[in-house]
Design a protein around this ligand. Structure first.
Ligand SMILES: [Zn+2]
Length: 187
């Protein structure tokens, strides 16, 4: 007689165990789903380091300059009043993606901070190229270069705009900035 309660109890125990197992499995998969949901709903954002510098997000990003309606002067970054004639008649234009390397140098040590905010320390610093790229609109853009090998940079070479990660903020978002990279010519 004493056997039945034992069996019942075992059965009950097993049922509970199975239920809780099912529960757990459901919880686990729900957690997983939530986790995935979170992952997909809130990916690390790519945030431009500054608004109004370039079109973003874009498959074909362009720098945003301004052109004076009075004298035709083109500037980058965009300005409301013209630096050449002082008229306030400028409108924003999207600049060409390709230009010629006008001059360049390799920044071999961390720039003074401030004003330059950089996440790296003198130990993690990697030298980088900086230069001016002259665009067909007639504006010379001061820019970081993707290339830091002096052997691979040549005045007059064709450069193309790319938007790449510049740094990360505290939330893990990618801070995006504009760079110019050499266009491989003849292969
Ligand atoms: Zn002007």
């Amino acid at each position: 007689m004493g056997v039945y309660p034992g069996i019942k109890e075992t059965g009950f125990y097993q049922l509970r165990h199975i239920l809780s197992y099912e529960n757990n499995r459901e919880n686990t998969s729900r957690l997983k789903k939530n986790y995935h949901f979170k992952e997909h709903a809130m990916p690390n954002k790519q945030i431009p380091i500054q608004d109004g510098l370039f079109t973003w997000p874009s498959d074909n990003p362009r720098l945003i300059g301004s052109k004076c309606g009075h004298c035709g002067e083109v500037t980058f970054p965009a300005q409301k009043s013209c630096a050449a004639c002082c008229f306030q008649d400028s409108e924003n234009i999207e600049l060409s993606r390709e230009g010629k390397l006008w001059t360049w140098t390799i920044q071999g040590f961390p720039p003074k901070s401030p004003p330059y905010a950089r996440p790296e320390t003198p130990e993690t610093f990697v030298p980088y190229g900086v230069g001016y790229v002259e665009l067909p609109e007639g504006v010379r853009v001061e820019t970081r270069l993707t290339q830091n090998d002096p052997e691979k940079l040549k005045i007059g070479m064709t450069m193309q705009l790319v938007i790449e990660k510049f740094a990360e903020d505290d939330q893990g978002n990618e801070l995006m900035s504009f760079f110019f990279k050499p266009v491989e010519e003849g292969g």
